[in-house]
Design a protein around this ligand. Structure first.
Ligand code: PEP
Ligand code: MN
Length: 273
């Protein structure tokens, strides 16, 4: 099923498609436990940042390459597809070698034309089925986002999608990165066939604001999501305030998408990437 699972969810014809997992990979045990719990709830893909782009230096910057070995092992055990962030050509090369199914380009990278050109040329060596998701750049607007997409499309890959994670602005918003849904609508109008994944975790910044954002997204017709999940969120090394336990995530999905729930359970196999 692969990319079609995201495409179908995006066009509203499938069940919601959800990529979930910790903000950062911290240890193999943490990753495995989270993955097992998410997988038991029908989540087909595990996200975890291995190289963390921190706003200020001196904080946890990720476990790096060794996390790829953990991901390979966890994929064998759970059958989940693996997703991680790439910011340099070296990250791309290492992930392609490890067969990481879903790569995403983060917000701090997508607005930088030099970095995007470098990633596009590294991705030219990726297999045709490689999925690449491009997060919106930091500031509201579609031009820089479109530029990032065009650069990645130039590498010849077809399975390209977007992640809308909200935009930093100077408003007095309750959200860490207000959604500016009008920007999502505009880019969707420009690229109607391109899957759009909503990341309410980085929009919210606080776990209690995630349900409201997920409902807003569902009401607007979005049906594919990336949501941060950690088995013990308060101890998380990054984004501790916005992560949900796998159990809380399951309850939230049941609540927002009640009709698709039973279907999601029986179709777990079909939903696997
Ligand atoms: C992340 O997904 O953990 C991340 C760093 O996100 P963003 O690029 O949206 O800030
Ligand atoms: Mn995060």
């Amino acid at each position: 099923m692969k990319f079609n699972a995201i495409l179908k969810a995006n066009t509203g014809t499938g069940s919601p498609f959800i990529i979930a997992g910790p903000c950062s990979a911290e240890s193999e045990e943490q990753m495995l436990q989270t993955a097992m719990e998410l997988s038991a709830n029908g989540i087909p893909a595990l996200r975890a940042g291995l190289w963390k782009p921190r706003t200020r230096p001196g904080n946890f910057e990720g476990v790096g390459r060794k996390g790829l070995e953990w991901m390979k092992h966890i994929r064998e055990i759970t059958g989940m597809a693996m997703a991680t962030e790439v910011g340099t050509a070296e990250h791309v090369k290492a992930c392609v070698e490890a067969g990481i199914e879903i790569l995403w380009i983060g917000t701090r990278t997508s607005g930088n034309p030099f970095a995007m050109a470098e990633l596009a040329s590294a991705l030219a060596d990726a297999p045709a089925e490689q999925i690449v998701l491009i997060k919106n750049p930091l500031c509201p607007g579609i031009d820089a986002w479109l530029g990032a997409i065009e650069r990645i499309m130039s590498c010849g890959l077809k399975n390209i999608g977007l992640i809308h994670r909200g935009f930093a602005d100077f408003s007095d918003s309750v959200y860490r990165n207000p959604p500016h849904w009008e920007v999502a609508r505009k880019i969707r109008a420009e690229l109607p066939g391109m899957p759009m994944i909503i990341d309410p975790s980085h929009m919210a910044g606080k776990r209690e604001l995630i349900p409201g954002l997920l409902r807003q997204a569902a009401d607007l017709g979005f049906n594919a999501f990336m949501i941060e999940s950690h088995t013990d969120p308060t101890t998380a090394l990054t984004d501790a305030r916005q992560q949900l336990t796998p159990e809380a995530l399951r309850a939230l999905i049941d609540d927002v998408f009640p009709k698709t729930r039973s279907k999601a359970r029986v179709c777990t196999e079909e939903k696997r990437l």
